[in-house]
Design a binder for this molecule. Structure first.
Ligand SMILES: [Zn+2]
Length: 139
């Protein structure tokens, strides 16, 4: 697999989920660095009416794609989140919604991963959206 220098993660600010997400991203995408965009409960924010903050997250994602050439992104949510204290089931629904939002940004990601970090601080895959292989073949 080709080494990806930079990949991108939108993650919670919670200190407990930094390393699990970092390690998962590095392993899956053979990446050297993970650009980490953190908020308190980002998958709640991305589907809120807070346009200013969503735009701010978007701008930071663009730095990662435009300046660092990132082609892979993950959005993560986790167990025991102070920023978004809801059930795992509800949170996973928001993670799916967030993946759809990121997909609608149309930034050319080869893969968008929705991740849930469980009560053992293990990464669970909620969904993986890959770019249309036909489109990729033309590129
Ligand atoms: Zn959190």
């Amino acid at each position: 697999m080709v080494k990806n220098e930079f990949v991108t993660a939108i993650n919670c600010m919670d200190g407990r989920v930094q390393e699990p997400v970092l390690n998962w991203m590095k392993q899956r995408y053979n990446a050297l660095y993970v650009d980490m965009i953190t908020e308190a409960g980002p998958n709640k924010l991305l589907r809120s009416d807070n346009k200013v903050l969503i735009e701010n997250i978007y701008d930071r994602v663009r730095v990662s794609t435009d300046r660092h050439g990132s082609q892979y992104i993950a959005i993560a949510g986790h167990h025991d989140c102070a920023g978004y204290p809801v059930s795992a089931e509800k949170k996973k629904g928001k993670i799916l919604d967030s993946v759809e939002l990121i997909e609608s940004w149309d930034l050319g990601f080869k893969e968008i991963a929705g991740l849930y970090i469980n009560d053992k601080w293990e990464v669970e895959i909620v969904c993986i959206k890959t770019a249309d292989p036909a489109v990729e073949a033309e590129a």
